[in-house]
Ligand binder design. Structure first.
Ligand code: ARG
Length: 470
């Protein structure tokens, strides 16, 4: 077997420990489909170029079909001794079809082969992730649609700042996830280039038609430098960076859900199936899913650090270090996909097949949100703006309102609860219409500029997202 002695050159076999240390088959076997797809495209081109015979191609195709069904059926014998997915599949192919199997690797190295496989696999996963991001955005938009008029205290420094529409708050996350989707689409363009034909590092002596292989594989073009082709893992790092940022957005949303669910806020509930109880405290329902998502964000950011550090000391071209790109990349994809799926359902609910309606998304306690927005003088800025419209310079208005807030604080009441005569004591231009300005709804609908929280603006944004998301 190969790794016991690669060739006549080796005088001793590998120890069991070294075999285990160097083998990757137990994780890289997940690339099998991409590996076969790449091999078939390569073989088809070799035949078209007259490098292998038409009957060799037919044998390779037949063998690969057999291998595909064996892997799908779970009967394929993966062997640690054969090191990785590439050598396992090639060895089985040769066992099945003989010499044609041995001709497949003409003009190819595992170096350009693995780089191609990872790109093909990641391209497919990227498309799935973009789809999941669309689902999550839709879920957020649906919840937003029902909550345009629900008022939430907007915070800065986690101190009550100004009232905002709860829908507006959710749509902030839609913006983030829409940028994430754009980023993944952008990374996909650079992932979707073909390293095959770079061979080990310097290109090959056979008259390969690389453009043809790229076309067969649906790739946007070929890597233009063979040294770069085999050693470039930028796409993996970029992908993991995009995934990290996406997880950071998930993590911020998680943190808010956790806060909002705490007894001190009581703004929302998530369905019981996303929470767990306590083994000691009978009253507990803990937000485990958002907490884990916040925790898993650290794990994905860690993978980004791992990958970027993996590359920093490598001389050109391929080095075995690159085998270490797979586990962090695979785990990043798995973690992100699971997280996006679970969040789309946790936020938006699940379709009940009996009724066709979505059920079990987040439950909003509008009264608790509004009561919280009524604490903390959320409309103080509105009073300052009111005075500016009466002719005061903004800085003077700001100072005047600070006095009013101080008075209201000492009376333990809201600004809107101060009698008109008291308010007029702060400035004579204040009239009865001030109470509209001091109300949460008045404050909200006054912010009617593009991107603002006025219900009219929020409805326009919802319509835009609806069109964009289809
Ligand atoms: N399993 C290897 C990897 O993941 C495949 C390439 C091996 N190439 C080599 N020259 N040892 O990178």
């Amino acid at each position: 077997k190969k790794s016991e002695a690669w060739s006549a050159l080796f005088s001793e076999p590998m120890s069991e420990l070294v075999k285990r240390y160097t083998a990757s088959v137990f994780f890289d076997k997940r690339l099998w489909q991409a590996d076969i797809q790449g091999s078939l495209a390569h073989a088809e081109m070799l035949a078209a170029q007259g490098i292998i015979g038409a009957s060799d191609l037919a044998d390779i195709q037949r063998g690969m079909a057999q291998i595909t069904s064996e892997i799908e059926a779970g009967t394929f014998q993966w062997q640690l001794d054969l090191e990785d997915v590439h050598l396992n599949i090639e060895a089985r192919l040769t066992q099945l079809v003989g010499d044609a199997g041995k001709r497949l690797h003409t003009g190819r190295s595992r170096n350009d082969q693995v780089a191609t496989d990872v790109r093909l696999w990641l391209r497919g996963e990227t498309d799935l992730i973009i789809g999941l991001l669309t689902d999550l955005q839709r879920a957020l938009v649906e919840v937003a649609e029902r909550n345009v008029e629900v008022i939430l205290p907007g915070f800065t420094h986690l101190q009550v700042a100004q009232p905002v529409s709860f829908a507006h708050h959710l749509l902030a996350y839609v913006e983030m996830f829409s940028r994430d989707a754009e980023r993944f689409a952008d990374v996909r363009r650079r992932t979707n280039r073909l390293p095959l034909g770079s061979a080990a590092l310097a290109g090959t002596t056979y008259p390969l038609d690389r453009e043809r292989v790229a076309k067969t594989l649906g790739m946007e073009g070929v890597c233009q430098n063979s040294l770069d082709g085999v050693s470039d893992r930028d796409f993996a790092i970029e992908f993991t960076a995009a995934a990290s940022l996406c997880m950071v957005h998930i993590s911020r949303l998680s943190e808010e859900l956790i806060l909002w669910m705490s007894q001190n806020f009581g703004f929302v509930k998530i369905a019981d199936r996303f929470t767990t109880g306590s083994s000691i405290m009978p009253q507990k329902k803990n937000p485990d899913v958002p907490e884990l998502a916040r925790g898993k964000t650290g794990r994905v950011v860690g993978h980004l650090m791992g990958l970027i550090t993996l590359m920093k000391g490598q001389p050109l071209a391929y080095n075995k270090d690159n085998q270490e790109d797979k586990e962090p990349l695979f785990d990043t994809v798995d973690t992100l996909k699971d997280t996006l799926r679970i969040f789309a359902e946790m936020v938006g609910g699940q379709v009940n097949p009996a009724t066709g309606a979505k059920e079990g998304g987040i439950t909003v306690n509008a009264a608790a949100m509004e009561a919280a927005a009524n604490k903390g003088y959320a409309t103080a800025t509105d009073l300052a703006d009111y005075l500016v419209k009466k002719g005061l310079p903004f800085r003077d208005a700001h100072e005047t309102v600070a006095h009013a807030v101080k008075a209201a604080t000492s009376h333990n009441c809201d600004l809107s609860e101060l009698p008109l005569t008291v308010l007029q004591g702060f400035h004579p231009s204040i009239e009865k219409d001030v109470y509209g300005v001091l109300s949460l709804r008045g404050s909200l609908s006054a912010r009617n500029t593009l991107g603002g929280t006025a219900p009219a603006q929020v409805r326009e944004q919802i319509a835009r997202h609806r069109t964009r998301l289809g």
